[in-house]
Design a protein around this ligand. Structure first.
Ligand SMILES: NC(=O)c1ccc[n+]([C@@H]2O[C@H](COP(=O)([O-])OP(=O)(O)OC[C@H]3O[C@@H](n4cnc5c(N)ncnc54)[C@H](O)[C@@H]3O)[C@@H](O)[C@H]2O)c1
Length: 256
C-alpha cells in the first residue's frame, strides 16, 4: 500500500506500546498514523499510563480513537492464572468495553501461535516437524498449550462476539515469533531453533501484517502473522488472501 493512499483509520491507540512489538509498531507506523500510546509504566515517550484491567481508569481513555492495537498482556506461556486472568482476560475485556463505549471502530488483537500447539510445544513439537508438510489452517480446531494460549482464544472469541453484537471490526493476528535481534540464527543450536525456523516473524513483516490488519475491509478476520519461512507450519494462503499480507522474509535465509 502506498503511503499516499487514503487510510481507513487515522487515530490509532497501541496498548503495551513500550513492549517489544509495541516499539516495532510505534517506529514502523508513526509516519502513517496518529498514534496514542498506552503503557503500564511511565515512558520516555508520551503515553497514557494505566493498568488496562482497571475499569475506572480505562473509562474515556479511547475517546477519539478510530482503531486500537491491543498488544498489552502477560506474554509468558508459563504464567499463573492470577496474572493471566488479570492482564490478559480482565484487561482484554476492559479494552473491548472501552472500545464499545468510545465508538472505536476496529480492534487489532495480538493473538499467538500457541493457540495451535497442544502439549507438544514444551518437548519436541510434533507441530513443528517441517518434513510433514502439514500446514495448519485457520479453520483447524484450536489446540492451546497454556492458560496464556487460552487467554488469546478468549480475545479472539470476544472479537467474534463484539463484531456480531456491536459491529466492532476485529482482526486477530496469531503472531509467530518476533525477536529484538531480528535474526533467527541467534537461536542456532539451541532447542528453540526448530521453533523459530517455523515461527519467525521479521520486524518489517510484523509492521506489514499490522498495517494490513488496520486497513483491510472486514468485520471479523483471523490471520497467521509469520514470515514466509520455508519451514512454516501455518498455511499462509488464507492470510494472504484475506488480509492482503505478503511477507518478504524467510527464516531459512539467516541459517545459510
Ligand atoms: N513477541 C512475540 O514474538 C509474540 C508472539 C506471539 C504473540 N505475541 C503477543 O504480542 C503482544 C506483544 O508482545 P511483546 O513481545 O511486545 O510483549 P512485551 O512483554 O514486550 O509487551 C507487553 C506489554 O504489555 C504491558 N502490560 C501487561 N499487562 C498490562 C496491563 N494489565 N495493563 C497495561 N499494560 C500491560 C507490559 O507492561 C508490556 O509493556 C502480546 O499480547 C503477546 O502475547 C507476541
Amino acid at each position: 500500500m502506498a503511503n499516499q493512499e487514503k487510510l481507513r483509520y487515522e487515530n490509532v491507540g497501541i496498548t503495551g506500546a513500550n513492549g517489544h512489538i509495541g516499539t516495532v509498531l510505534r517506529e514502523g507506523l508513526q509516519d502513517l498514523y496518529k498514534i496514542k500510546s498506552f503503557t503500564l509504566e511511565a515512558t520516555s515517550f508520551p503515553s497514557v499510563v494505566l493498568d488496562l484491567s482497571d475499569e475506572d481508569r480505562i473509562k474515556g481513555s479511547f475517546l477519539g480513537l478510530d482503531a486500537v492495537i491491543h498488544l498489552a498482556a502477560d506474554v509468558n506461556p508459563n504464567s499463573s492464572w492470577e496474572s493471566i486472568s488479570n492482564n490478559n482476560i480482565e484487561a482484554t475485556y476492559q479494552v473491548f468495553e472501552e472500545c464499545r463505549r468510545s465508538g472505536v471502530k476496529r480492534i487489532v488483537f495480538a493473538s499467538t501461535n500457541h493457540v495451535m500447539h497442544g502439549n507438544t510445544i514444551l518437548t519436541t513439537p510434533e507441530t513443528l516437524d517441517a518434513t510433514k508438510k502439514n500446514l495448519m489452517k485457520l479453520t483447524d480446531p484450536s489446540n492451546p498449550d497454556s492458560l496464556y494460549a487460552i487467554s488469546k482464544l478468549f480475545g479472539e472469541n470476544l472479537g467474534k462476539l463484539y463484531s456480531q453484537q456491536y459491529g466492532l471490526e476485529f482482526v486477530g493476528l496469531r503472531i509467530g515469533w518476533t525477536i529484538p535481534e531480528d535474526d533467527p540464527s541467534v537461536k542456532r543450536g539451541i532447542s528453540a531453533e526448530d521453533y523459530i525456523r517455523a515461527m519467525f516473524l521479521s520486524k518489517r513483516d510484523c509492521v506489514q501484517a499490522f498495517r494490513c490488519a488496520l486497513e483491510v475491509p472486514t468485520q471479523f478476520v483471523l490471520g497467521y502473522a509469520i514470515s514466509n519461512n520455508d519451514r512454516k507450519v501455518f498455511d499462509l494462503n488464507e492470510t494472504r488472501q484475506n488480509l492482503g499480507y505478503n511477507p518478504q522474509d524467510n527464516a531459512e535465509n539467516y541459517f545459510k
